[in-house]
Design a protein. Structure first.
Length: 307
């Protein structure tokens, strides 16, 4: 049974769905504020804004963490919302659990710049890390929801530029297929009220413009994944996008990529945003940290975490 604390995520999305149905959708600022409030403030984490080679970013540094290992994180929000500040606390929990630094990269939303400007901004953050002397095998690329598109796009851009690929990828409730054709849009339509197929189709149209929805940069499930680093996918069993993570796991295995997929019962989209407040989110963060630490040369397991 889902915890009482985890209901906060469900209430957030139900309120957003109700406002939309009433013809008075939440403003971007209100939605972002409510989203950011889901996570608890992690103790012992320092944040500082940096210019990551022309990309505005937030450096996330837990006390005593390894500064030469970095999680490059791309926030979600459907490319119409979210920011480095909405995700600051959740990424703080992730970095603290992994005992390494994180870099939360900013990017223009689609009303400010058409896709793939967002991919270029995220890739700029990765290239900046390498230029600052970080070794690619010590960098993890991560993202939730729309940020998953940017995480995969960053690895594609690195491969095309003949730069070394990162050590691993962490994908949280990834939005991975802009054809909006996954079966879970039907099977979970009564459980996930906000992320209904028409809403996702509208978001996809904002991103695609004249692009084919099967363009691999916009829809990573159609990409050539050969040579990609290990991928850890997490999703909520009740979210409409869950089958996209299953599709991606199958695609990765077919390409010979190491992949892990965990689907969390009764959880909705980006439930990890409740880090520090809900046990399901904390368990997911612990699993991400325990899995990724050996990938970046931090071989000591987190005490009590599932490896």
């Amino acid at each position: 049974m889902a915890s009482a604390q985890s209901e906060a995520n469900k209430r957030h999305y139900e309120a957003a769905a109700a406002a939309m149905a009433a013809g008075n959708p939440m403003s971007r600022d209100e939605n972002d504020r409510r989203w950011a409030e889901l996570a608890a403030e992690p103790l012992g984490v320092t944040y500082s804004e940096v210019d990551a080679g022309g990309t505005k970013a937030l450096s996330v540094m837990p006390d005593g963490a390894a500064s030469d290992r970095v999680i490059l994180y791309c926030h979600g929000g459907g490319f119409v919302g979210g920011s480095i500040h909405t995700h600051r606390k959740m990424v703080g929990h992730l970095a603290k659990a992994a005992e390494c630094r994180a870099l939360l990269v900013s990017y223009p939303l689609v009303d400010a710049a058409p896709f793939p400007a967002q991919v270029e901004a995220a890739f700029g953050g990765y290239r900046w890390l390498l230029e600052k002397g970080l070794r690619a095998e010590h960098v993890v690329v991560a993202g939730d929801s729309a940020g998953a598109i940017l995480a995969f796009g960053t690895v594609h851009r690195a491969r095309a530029a003949k730069l070394p690929c990162p050590a691993a990828m962490l994908i949280l409730s990834g939005w991975l297929d802009l054809t909006v054709s996954a079966a879970s849009f039907a099977t979970n339509r009564e459980k996930d009220l906000f992320f209904a197929r028409p809403t996702i189709q509208w978001l996809a149209a904002n991103v695609l413009g004249d692009l084919d929805p099967r363009d691999p940069l916009a829809s990573p499930v159609y990409a050539d994944l050969r040579g990609f680093p290990p991928i850890y996918l997490q999703a909520g069993a009740d979210e409409t996008l869950v089958d996209e993570s299953r599709m991606m796991a199958d695609r990765a295995r077919a390409a010979g990529v190491e992949v892990r997929l965990d689907v969390f019962p009764q959880m909705l989209h980006s439930f990890q945003m409740m880090a520090g407040n809900a046990p399901e989110a904390d368990a997911a963060i612990a699993k991400l940290a325990a899995w990724v630490r050996p990938k970046i040369g931090l071989s000591t397991a987190i005490a009590g975490a599932d490896r």
